[in-house]
Write a protein that binds this ligand. Structure first.
Ligand SMILES: [Zn+2]
Length: 325
């Protein structure tokens, strides 16, 4: 299995990535991101800060897992709901001219499912020569979760997510949530939260994340811990206009995952206006949406200068650990 996966990967790399990418690669390659005529420096590498990967072994056991994990059943029980593996993610990135991606799995409830998933995510990060940044799954409702979390970080994970406290049965205002933030802060790890919109239409997986007010409280209690509020933060950014809130959550970032399914086309520009260019990260929510289409959409509305930061530079800084804020 491992040999087969690696051979697919090396084909992709050979065919589409003639230049070896390092963890800190700053410049993209290939025709997809060629510089405009008259400019000297090429465009910064594009970085998709929100994708999902599954272990092939778990994708193959979809029905069995759905029978014991209610949230998984809601989101992936339908065989038409896409579950991507590493070669598929790399092919999607190649097709979009995207250099790197953050890959999270799914917020399983059981320790065995989490262990299987995290091993696969860490393999993906290693096998992709740094193109894939792994966020491990953690469930602070389980006894001994700290050991599993620290083992994932030691194995190369850059943080945890996509976090769904209410689905997993832990309180984002409770002790375990604060312990998770302290663990993340001690290791420079990033926390990616599924923020649940309190209003609007229903969709699989909408409920069970963290509410905007819960995330504001938690982030304010742990200044300096880097957190990402997915899906434009579910309206949380409005409260950045309150000076004391803005000051309290200065290390909270926002990603654009799946925004066209939730908001109108100008919503990302409004978020950039509220949060600032440096705190917004392009994320596609692949395989739910196409990275190529989402990237082109964002580049069109943001313009080149803002897109350089939002679609690449910000994630590079955040996930390389070279924070400058
Ligand atoms: Zn989400």
């Amino acid at each position: 299995m491992r040999t087969a996966r690696l051979s697919v990967l090396s084909e992709n790399v050979t065919a589409n990535w003639p230049v070896t990418l390092s963890i800190n690669a700053r410049w993209t390659v290939g025709a997809a991101r060629a510089p405009r005529s008259g400019t000297i420096a090429p465009a910064l590498a594009r970085f998709d800060a929100h994708t999902h990967l599954f272990a092939p072994s778990q994708a193959a056991r979809r029905a069995g897992i759905a029978a014991r994990d209610a949230t998984f059943a809601e989101m992936y029980g339908d065989p038409k709901a896409a579950m991507a593996t590493l070669p598929e993610l790399l092919a999607a990135l190649d097709g979009a001219g995207i250099a790197r991606a953050v890959a999270a799995g799914f917020a399983f409830t059981s320790a065995a499912d989490i262990e299987e998933q995290n091993a696969s995510l860490l393999d993906a990060a290693r096998d992709s020569d740094g193109r894939v940044v792994a966020l491990a799954t953690v469930n602070p409702a389980l006894a001994g979760w700290e050991r599993a979390a620290e083992a994932a970080l030691a194995g190369g994970a850059r943080g945890f997510g996509e976090l769904r406290p209410h689905n997993q049965g832990w309180d984002p205002d409770g002790r375990a949530a604060h312990d998770l933030c302290e663990l993340a802060g001690a290791h420079g790890a990033v926390l990616l939260w599924h923020v649940s919109e309190p209003v609007g239409h229903a969709y699989p997986g909408k409920r069970g994340g963290i509410a905007p007010e819960e995330l504001i409280r938690l982030a304010a209690a742990h200044p300096g811990v880097r957190m990402v509020a997915a899906h434009l933060g579910a309206g949380l950014s409005f409260y950045l206009q309150m000076p004391e809130v803005r000051a309290a959550i200065e290390f909270l970032y926002f990603d654009t995952a799946a925004y066209p399914l939730l908001y109108d086309e100008q919503s990302v520009m409004r978020l950039v206006a509220l949060a600032g260019t440096k705190r917004v990260l392009f994320g596609s929510d692949y395989p739910l949406l196409s990275p190529a289409r989402q990237l082109r959409r964002l580049e069109a509305v943001l313009g080149e200068d803002v897109a350089e930061a939002v679609c690449g530079g910000n994630a590079e800084t955040l996930f390389s650990g070279n924070h400058t804020q």
